[in-house]
Design a binder for this molecule. Structure first.
Ligand code: AN0
Ligand code: CP
Length: 317
């Protein structure tokens, strides 16, 4: 593997799951592989899980890990070419990226959608500049349109908990006070569509995701129908994708909050969320604290997905 930005980079999904299983069973089996190799984790946005789990994954592989928060201590970066840099940004990303590349062997990047320019977001302007100018393998730690390390961990978790071969997996929109990117739902959909699960997406009108991610999924506007018979409920908020509302909040309708009454419609479904989650907006206290909530093992699997991906990148170098 060279770069890791989407499900396509992982290759055959069954094989990837086998590899992940081995990594989970023997996390220190590849301590030699990363010796004298440095992974640099660049954050343009906040993180708890991605930051910690990817560091742990690197350490398990014997790597050196450097973490940089661009917004805390680094120079503010100009990202557009041709700008007269007489404002508050002392450094250009076109110098910063190759400099960062010079200090490491692999680069992870977190750079959320900015909701300023849809084309820039959906063309992955920042992530692609890292690929183009760092000279190093690059992996996404949530970029503008996808969060593949999260989706891989989600898939590993579903495989661990599923009771039937082809579970019904439901991605449900849920309300949130701030505008959030589509990266998590896009990516989750992309990975679910790469399986043979029954995959349903439910959301209020106006929250349609980009067709390239919806793919063969069933979009069900009748929420109760979507929940009925579900084996997994995967909740996430996202802001509108469709024009002219790109990046806008169209609804904060709390009838979409995942609660015990809605979970009762399911086939005793497991509850999943990538975290961080706002309680009693996205999900009730009762549901997230219930036995069916698997958000903690889901988060724990972030080490497994990151380590499997880092290992594959190291093997490809
Ligand atoms: C981010 C998002 O929705 O993309 C990160 C999730 C992993 N969430 C927030 O900003 C709350
Ligand atoms: N799920 C996830 O990526 O969490 P963080 O934003 O805390 O990294």
């Amino acid at each position: 593997m060279k770069h890791f930005t989407s499900v396509q980079d992982i290759g055959d999904l069954k094989q990837a799951l086998e590899k992940a299983k081995k990594v989970k069973e023997h996390p220190f089996a590849d301590q030699e592989l990363g010796n004298n190799m440095t992974v640099m984790l660049i954050f343009f946005n906040s993180s708890l899980r991605t930051r910690l789990s990817t560091q742990k994954a690197g350490m398990n592989l014997g790597m050196n890990v450097i973490v940089l928060d661009i917004n805390q201590g680094a120079w503010k970066l100009e990202t557009e070419r041709g700008v007269i840099m007489d404002g508050d940004k002392p450094e250009h990303i076109l110098e910063a990226i190759p400099v960062m590349g010079a200090y490491c062997d692999i680069i992870g990047v977190r750079s959320f959608a900015q909701f300023e320019n849809k084309a820039d977001d959906y063309n992955e302007l920042i992530l692609n500049q890292f690929i183009q100018y760092s000279g190093k393998p690059v992996f996404s730690m949530e970029a503008a349109t996808r969060h593949p390390l999260q989706s891989f961990a989600d898939l590993i978790t579903i495989e661990e908990y599923k009771k039937i071969e082809r579970p019904k997996v439901v991605l449900t929109w849920a309300p949130h006070p701030r505008a959030l990117p589509q990266a998590v739902p896009n990516s989750f959909a992309e990975w679910m569509n790469a399986t043979d699960y029954e995959f349903v997406i439910t959301h209020p009108e106006g929250y349609e995701l980009d067709e390239q991610f919806v793919g063969k999924a069933t979009v069900e506007y009748d929420r109760e129908k979507a929940y009925r018979g579900a084996d997994f409920i995967y909740a996430k908020n996202w802001a509108a994708y469709s024009d002219p509302n790109y990046g806008k909040i169209l609804s904060t309708d709390r009838s979409w909050t995942v609660d015990a009454a809605k979970m009762a419609l399911t086939n005793n479904a497991y509850f999943m969320h990538c975290l961080p989650v706002r309680r009693n907006m996205i999900v009730s206290d009762k549901v997230i604290e219930s036995r069916q909530s698997i958000v903690i093992p889901e988060a724990a699997n972030r080490v497994v997905s990151a380590q499997t991906v880092l290992k594959e990148i190291l093997l490809g170098m």
